[in-house]
Design a protein around this ligand. Sequence first.
Ligand SMILES: Nc1ncnc2c1ncn2[C@@H]1O[C@H](COP(=O)(O)OP(=O)(O)O)[C@@H](O)[C@H]1O
Ligand SMILES: [Mg+2]
Length: 252
Amino acid sequence: MTDTPMISLQHVDKTLGGRKVLDDLSFDVERGEAFVIVGGSGVGKSVTLKHIIGLMKPDRGHVVVDGQDINEMKEVALNRFRRKFGMSFQEGALFDSMSVFENIAFPLRRQTKFREQQIVARVDECLDLVHLDGVASKRPSELSGGMRRRVGFARAISLKPEILLFDEPTTGLDPVISDVIAELIVEMDRTLNTTTVTITHDMKVAFKIADRVAMLYKGRIVEEGTPEEFQQSTDPIVRQFIEGRAEGPLTE
Ligand SMILES: Nc1ncnc2c1ncn2[C@@H]1O[C@H](COP(=O)(O)OP(=O)(O)O)[C@@H](O)[C@H]1O
Ligand SMILES: [Mg+2]
């Protein structure tokens, strides 16, 4: 079992709003791997993540996670299944009416029978893992963008997930803070021994985090490989994206 992929998308089709967003999409993510999906806006990156956690089901094809096919799971099983995942959404999606502490404690209160003392200890541990100090009683709105992202990460890891998903973790941050956040993702992946899937349109972030990079275009993977292999791609679509040029097949 342990050499089967952690995540396997097999010939997935998905039509949304009358448009085929995923078109025969297939890829595998190995256990422990840091997999990064890049692509322009609207190509279906977030839709792909939603399939991985079973928030969307394919019209055709299979999504198999840790040997389980999400098509075959009912809602109750899916809810249990989702505990495998820690998800950090774009912008952090924190509750602004709650303190940082309560934001991170939220999944623990909902999903565990931890006593208050255990909750305090676990929140502390999570804040430590993301290198945040002295902010537990603050509101998210009192923090910088980079710090809010860290709080989102701390919440995502509170239940000790096997798989971490990051949707655009550095969007809206300046280049320096983006780099710091990318480094934190690498560090978390190593320390926590997780499988990670990160979605980004920032190539610098992608190359820093990835064991393997895949580019999504027109509903499927047009190129994949290690950062070194990916950087040497001769595919004109990939070249235009990496180089951030206005002219090329992406803008025709
Ligand atoms: N629930 C939905 N209903 C209809 N269309 C959707 C839905 N979710 C996403 N889409 C469409 O699917 C396409 C891909 O969306 P998305 O995966 O969010 O793109 P991105 O690559 O920027 O993350 C977009 O055209 C979007 O409008
Ligand atoms: Mg998206």
